[in-house]
Design a protein around this ligand. Structure first.
Ligand SMILES: Cc1cc2nc3c(=O)[nH]c(=O)nc-3n(C[C@H](O)[C@H](O)[C@H](O)COP(=O)(O)OP(=O)(O)OC[C@H]3O[C@@H](n4cnc5c(N)ncnc54)[C@H](O)[C@@H]3O)c2cc1C
Length: 381
């Protein structure tokens, strides 16, 4: 192992200790209350974890393998709580990636750098009540006025939406142009006309904040415009969302690991018919099948992040990673629940949470079937 690889191993082991000591003890309580943990979020910011994806000169921490390390971050956190991990995943990736790539110095100073320190929270909003998989049909309107734009419309399912200080919003400057009319805007949530409709209650990743938002004549100054003036917003949003698929796959991988580990432990502890249930071949087969699914998810996910670290195209591999890790995680969690028998249905055991959370990676950032459509296009079908 060379020293760079050694750094990555150490990075994982420091983080794993934080997850064991700080996140896991709070995970059940956060799931039950559905609260966003400002305390843990700020702590991670102070430790510098939000800056993993970015070079030092941009305010990041300059990791040699940024995509691999961010994948490790999402995986390890999701081993403790996928809900908390999803909020972090949004902060250090999609919500700040847009400013890093296309923002001006003022936006970097006002939003990006405080976000790296965990002092400001970011979000990304493309989905609308009538535009989910078909995101390009969105209707939030940006009308040019003197010195900026007026935003009118609504968004749904925005992660970190009620707690965010700034949001990258995708809006159309001309609905007749479809995807070619879309641009990116940074919305400061203190702006007049920014409305949190409601915080959405959900059964999966409960402690990740999910919101319905509205914009009513919300003024966005010209220096908060991050489009290219030529309808490039969709391409830019798509780029940010493509990278994010690797991290959503990592969320699935982390939760699958937690479910598998819990099931193996339980199979050794629980006895029936005079012996641990792990001695029954039927239970062993189940655990081995879970391990195979877990390893497959790991290989697909880290292959995609290694390609990203090498600057190679990732459209196909990121989508495949999200399909494989997402669906495998759901299968692993179902099997884990069955290993626990009746106890699996009890809220005092975390396997039911793992199963509930496992539905998110099959939807967030595009459903598994939409990922299949992405790959089908890539192979020329
Ligand atoms: C917890 C959570 C957090 C989220 N966070 C964010 C966020 O931070 N920002 C954001 O912008 N969005 C976010 N989303 C939205 C997410 O990306 C969408 O939910 C997702 O893209 C699906 O859109 P939809 O829910 O409108 O489903 P629909 O598009 O209505 O799809 C419904 C069903 O139809 C299928 N379907 C649709 N079109 C096709 C087709 N062409 N071919 C085959 N099948 C099709 C889908 O696969 C699905 O099974 C979040 C969602 C959730 C649940």
């Amino acid at each position: 192992m060379n020293h760079l690889q050694q750094d990555v191993v150490e990075f994982r082991s420091h983080l794993a200790r934080w997850v064991d000591e700080r996140l896991i003890p709070q995970a059940e309580k956060l799931d039950e209350s559905g609260d966003f943990s400002f305390e843990l979020f700020r702590e991670l910011g102070e430790l510098g974890y939000f800056g993993i994806m970015y070079p030092e000169e941009a305010g990041g921490i300059g990791q040699p393998f940024p995509y691999t390390c961010y994948t490790i971050l999402c995986e390890e956190l999701a081993r403790g709580s996928m809900g908390f991990a999803a909020a972090v995943c949004m902060q250090g990736s999609t919500a700040t990636h847009t400013i890093h790539e296309w923002g001006n110095d003022m936006l970097r100073e006002r939003y990006f750098l405080p976000a790296m320190r965990g002092e400001k929270i970011g979000a990304f909003a493309i989905t609308e009540p009538n535009a989910g998989s078909d995101a390009a049909s969105l209707r939030t309107r940006a009308t040019k006025v003197d010195g900026g734009y007026l935003l009118n419309g609504s968004k749904i399912f925005t992660s970190n939406g009620t707690v965010a200080d700034f949001i990258t919003v995708v809006a159309t400057t001309d609905p007749s142009k479809g995807a070619k009319g879309l641009e990116l805007f940074i919305v400061d949530t203190k702006s007049k006309g920014f409305i949190v409709g409601r915080k959405l209650d959900k059964f999966s990743i409960r402690c990740s904040d999910t919101a319905e938002l509205a914009f009513e004549d919300l003024f966005v100054p010209d220096d908060h415009f991050m489009g290219d003036g030529n309808g490039g917003g969709f391409r830019r949003a798509y780029k940010a969302l493509t990278v994010d698929r690797i991290f959503t796959a990592a969320l699935a991988l982390g939760t699958a690991r937690a479910a598998y580990d819990a099931a193996v432990r339980y199979a050794g502890e629980r006895s029936q018919f005079g012996q641990p249930i792990g001695k029954f071949q039927a239970v062993q087969f189940k655990l081995v099948d879970m391990l195979a699914k877990l390893e497959q998810a790991r290989i697909y996910t880290y292959y995609a992040s290694a390609l990203a670290d090498n600057g190679a195209p990732i459209t196909t591999e990121a989508a495949l990673a999200k399909i494989v890790a997402g669906e495998n995680c759901n299968e692993v969690c179902q099997k884990a629940l069955s290993v626990f028998g009746g106890y699996g249905l009890m809220n005092e055991y975390p396997v039911q949470r793992y199963l509930r959370d496992s539905y998110f990676p099959m939807v967030g950032g595009g459903t598994s079937d939409i990922m299949r459509i992405v790959v089908a296009k890539q192979i020329g079908l």
